[in-house]
Structures are given as C-alpha cells and as structure tokens.
Write a protein that binds this ligand. Structure first.
Ligand code: DGT
Ligand code: CA
Ligand code: CA
Ligand code: ZN
Length: 574
C-alpha cells in the first residue's frame, strides 16, 4: 500500500474521531470514516491524483477531495487543525481503550480533566469516577480490563507495520556498494504477530558505509547508538531498528543467532556444548582449540549440529528441536501453495472495491478459485437483503469464465447469533457455494454459552468455515472465552474448517491455537477477509501464523484442488 494513502487515511480517521469526540454530527463522522477506509485501500497513490481523480475514490466527494488536495499542497487540513486545538491529543488516545467510545472520553475530559491513559488509571485507582454518570462499577471494570489489553501490546507493533519499515530499510541498504547480503532477522523473520524491535543483519567488508546510510535515511528520526558493528535508530513511526554488520564469512552463524528466538538458541547452544563445540554469532567453534568449524550459512551450522535447517517460524522451542532430531519436521505450507481466498468482501457490504475489481485482482494473483463472502443480513448496518444477495450471485455467475482458469464461488459471511443460529434457514443457505460463519456481537457471553454457540455453528451442515474464531483484535479486544478444545473436536468431527484470518490486527486463530487445533485433525482456511484489493496482500501474515502453527499444505483447504475443496464444502450433505 502506498504510504500517502495510509497518511491521508489516518488523517481522515482522526477527523472522524475528533468530530465524534466533540459531539459533532454523527453522520459527518461516519462519512469521514468511510472515506478514510476507501483512501487507505485505494489502488493508486493518492498524492498523484488531482481533485477529479480523487473524487473517483468510493466515498470521496468534492469536499473531501478538496481537503486532500489542500493537504498535499500545505501539509495540513484546516478543519483537522481546528479540532485538534480544541481537545488534547490524549483524549483521542483514550478512545483506543476498548469499550471507551468518543462520548465517554469527552465526559472524562470535561468532568474530570482526564486526558491520558495514565491519568485515567490514576482516577480509577483513586475512586474519582464514582458518581460520574455512565461510569458504574461494571464500566470501571471494563475500562481496567481494556487498559490491561492496551498495555499488553505496549510498544510492540503489528507485524505488517514492522514489515513495511523493515523491507524499506533492507532495500536501501542492499543498494549500498559493498553490501554482500542484507535481511531482517529477529521476531519479524519468525513472523510473530507483534514486533518489539526490528533486527537487520548485513554482511559487508565496509560496515561503516551501511551504518552511515541507515542513520541518514528519511524514515529515521533519531540515532540511539552508533558503533562499529551495531547501530540502533528510531524511525519516524517510533520503532527501534538494530543494524548489525558482520563479515561475509560469518553470515550464517550471525543470521542463526539474531533470528532467535532466545529459547531456541539456548537449545542449539546446548546441542553444541554436548559435542564439545561452542556456538555464537561468530560461528561454530571447537572448544579446546578455538578452531572455526562453520559459519557461512545457516544450513551448515544446523547440519554440523546434526539438525536439518529449521524454518524460522518454528524456532520457538515448541518441539521443533525434537522433531528435527527425529527427522519429523513438517513441510510447512507456503504462499505458493495457496490456490484461492475463501473469505472476501465487496462494496455490496463494507468493502471498498467492486465485485469486478476484486475478481480481477484475484485473477491477477493467479488464483484457481476465489470466494466472495459478503455480510449476511443480521449484521444490520450492512443492509443486506435476500434480493441483493441473489443479484450478486447472478453477477458472479456472469463473471465465471471471464478470467481463464479462475473459478468463482458465491458465498456469504454469516453471523453466529447468541444461540448459535445463523441468518438464513437451510433452503436459502443451500444456494451458496460456501459459507463462512463468524461471531460479530455478544462477545462477552459466559464460557458455557459461547462454547454451545460455536458448537451449534459447527453442527450446521451449511457452515464451512468459522471466521476469525476467537474474535480477538490484537491490543483492542480479547479473545472470546470458550472451551476451544471442544470446538476443535467438533470442527474435526463435522468437517468445519477454522479460519486463520490473515488481517494483521486479527491473526485469528493465533499460532498457538492453530497448533492445538491441528492435533485434533482440524482443517484450516487461510483467508484475508479482504475489504479492498490491497488487502489480498495480507495473505502472507496468515501464512506466517499458519507456519508458526506447524501447518502443512494438506492441513489447509484452500491449497487443495477445486474438486477436493468442493467435496469438503459439501460437508457430508448428499
Ligand atoms: P522482539 O524484538 O521482542 O519482537 O523479539 P526478538 O526475538 O526479535 O528479540 P530481540 O530483538 O531482543 O533479539 C533478536 C534476536 O537476537 C533474538 O531472537 C535472539 C538474539 N539475541 C538477542 N539477545 C540475546 C541474548 O542475550 N541471548 C541470546 N541467546 N540470544 C539473543
Ligand atoms: Ca527484535
Ligand atoms: Ca533487537
Ligand atoms: Zn469478513
């Protein structure tokens, strides 16, 4: 995604938030929020468009187009500045707390002068919210819980944010003369869902050049430490980046060391010690003589320890060493194995691209099949009707065959209601090629109710995939409480797949749940839940999560040939 689109999207979203916080027109806030999403998801770089070009973006009218033009001319938008001047930035930060909406944030500021998360926490502790209208004991408990969630993610960022920064830096450094190799290591190479800092590794005989280049990048706002072999900087996004430059001969040992994880490295070092060897970021050495044995490639390092090369997403000491020693490492699913996406949206509901645009993008990715799964009617803000759904099906059928080998599946994303029922009865459901079913409301049911609810959905013969199964939003909403093992068992028994939703703020199921579910024989669908063309690229994060959950191609239904997939989707129905 083009950076200017993200920038403008963020600004429009901020404006929408500020309008809502200051008690402005709710309709206006929604208009800007929609525009923010459309701009962020738009395929062309908005900084290159004139007012007419901007108006062609869905949800962008004359007034918003003019504001975007003004932004690129002057660097700011007047109305945003005006609202910013009225309320401290911290008040908007308060709305990042789950369950704390704009109206409540404004009450906290107006009545108690609270304008930051720490101030709110202090006020809660001191009992200063007692008696404040709308802030009963239950609300207070929710607030504390929400703040806890926010603090868990702390200064870590979602993987896609770190990935964009890291890939930009790797590209710049790789272009420097004398740079032999350059890549990112650490948690990013292991594809963790959130990233603390970015670790970049380079091999060169002229480390100073690379260090200098890094410190002078536009994206760098501060140099934290500048040394011979390691330089640390902070980016304008606020992320720390550590660059280590090693001699080309030591590349493999250094890459193995800085990829981690620490627990994995502890295990590899123990294996070395047992063989009277010493493993460090410089290489694998003989203990007595100090003689270097290997260091050039990761392959050699692992091989000399008696291990096959271990894919980075597995390096968490979750059994990969034992599996490697036994020759039983899984052959992990890769992005190339994916034949299609099974959960995607269009502008018929809350997507920003048309059916035609999404299908063309799917074809361009070389997919063999692609499912369109717009929201079903019970998510009432999406205004879906039977007629609209059937009209879309006709459009989908008309597109069939238009893009060579691409086959289209017409589906829907059903809402699992509090009792586990979905939007339509069997007759209407039978008309779909595929049904995803997700929890979109009543997230805080009791564990028992939630478990029953999910089990009932699995038992529905038309439900093929449970979408974003735990409903968590990283740093924003906790996973639902349910007996997941019971759900995994039911999925395996009924032929219901669990989704690995690739959206970076979801990554749901997460890696650990995937690994657990796999043990029950569950099948998975790695889907993007795309609401824009650009979102189809998020697939890689779903793949990373699936790899961290030890999934192979066979575990993932959207790697299968269409015939096998279709048989699975029939779910035992005749
Ligand atoms: P993060 O940054 O919190 O997302 O996680 P990592 O895994 O990237 O951790 P980080 O940046 O502290 O270190 C990167 C890698 O470098 C880590 O995975 C293993 C290696 N490493 C760093 N410091 C140590 C250490 O003190 N001992 C060991 N064994 N390895 C280390
Ligand atoms: Ca790191
Ligand atoms: Ca680091
Ligand atoms: Zn969806």
């Amino acid at each position: 995604m083009a950076r200017p689109n993200d920038e403008v999207g963020a600004l429009l979203q901020e404006y929408a938030d500020l309008v809502a916080i200051t008690g402005g027109d709710a309709y206006r806030a929604r208009v800007y929020e929609k525009a923010a999403r459309s701009v962020a998801g738009y395929h062309a770089d908005v900084s290159t468009l004139d007012a007419a070009g901007l108006r062609r973006i869905p949800n962008v009218g004359t007034s918003i187009a003019d504001k975007i033009v003004a932004y690129f001319r002057t660097g700011h938008i007047d109305v945003v500045e005006e609202l910013r001047a009225k309320i401290p930035a911290g008040v908007r930060e308060l709305t990042a707390i789950p369950t704390l909406g704009p109206r409540k944030a404004m009450v906290l500021y107006d009545k108690r002068g609270i304008s930051s998360v720490p101030e709110l926490l202090a006020a809660l502790d001191a009992g200063k919210l007692t008696g404040l209208k709308g802030f009963g004991p239950k609300t207070e408990e929710n607030l504390r819980h929400g703040i806890e969630l926010l603090q868990q993610i702390g200064s870590r960022v979602h993987i896609n944010v770190a990935m964009e920064v890291a890939e930009g830096i790797v590209a710049e450094l790789s272009a420097v003369t004398g740079c032999d190799r350059c890549t990112y290591a650490g948690s990013l190479r292991r594809m963790r869902e959130t990233i603390g800092d970015i670790d970049i590794l380079a091999a060169s005989r002229h480390p100073q050049r690379l260090m200098e280049t890094l410190t002078h990048l536009d994206a760098v706002s501060e140099v934290i430490a500048h040394g011979e072999t390691k330089t640390s900087v902070r980016t304008t996004h606020g992320m720390q980046v550590d660059l280590r430059v090693v001699r080309p001969e030591a590349w493999g040992a250094a890459l193995q060391y800085f990829t981690g994880s620490k627990p994995h490295n502890v295990r590899t070092r123990e294996i070395a010690v047992r063989q009277k060897l010493k493993l460090s970021e410089y290489g694998l050495f003989e203990v007595g003589s100090g003689k270097l044995i290997v260091s050039k490639s990761e392959d050699e390092v692992y091989a000399r320890l008696g291990l096959p090369w271990i894919p980075p997403p597995l390096r968490e000491d979750r059994g990969e060493i034992e599996a490697a020693l036994a020759g039983e490492l899984p052959t992990l699913v890769t992005q190339r194995d994916i034949r299609g996406d099974l959960h995607t949206h269009t502008n018929l509901t809350d997507g920003v691209a048309s059916l035609g645009e999404m299908v063309a993008a799917a074809a361009a990715r070389g997919y063999s099949y692609y499912a369109i799964t717009d929201h079903a009617p019970n998510l009432s803000m999406q205004r879906m009707t039977d007629e609209k759904m059937l009209a879309q099906r006709a459009e989908v059928r008309a597109l069939e065959g238009r893009y060579g080998k691409l086959r289209l599946l017409h589906g829907t994303e059903l809402n699992i209601d509090p009792d586990g029922e979905v939007d339509w009865g069997p007759e209407f459901l039978a008309g779909f090629d595929i049904c995803v079913a997700s929890v979109h409301s009543h997230f805080t049911q009791s564990r028992d109710e939630m478990t029953k609810r999910l089990l009932r959905a699995c038992e529905n013969p038309y439900v093929n995939i449970i979408g974003h199964p735990t409903g968590r939003l990283i740093g924003q909403r906790p996973p639902v409480e349910a007996d997941l093992d019971a759900v995994f068992k039911a999925c395996a028994r009924t032929g219901t797949a669990l989704e690995v939703n690739a959206f970076p703020d979801r990554l749901d199921l997460n890696d650990e749940c995937v690994l657990r579910a796999k043990r029950y024989g569950v099948k998975f669908a790695i889907d993007t839940d795309a609401h824009a063309v650009a979102h189809l690229d998020m697939l890689r994060y779903g793949i990373g999560t699936a790899q961290r959950g030890w999934l192979t191609r066979d575990d993932v239904i959207n790697t299968w040939p269409l015939r096998r997939l279709k048989a699975f989707l029939r779910k035992g129905r005749s």
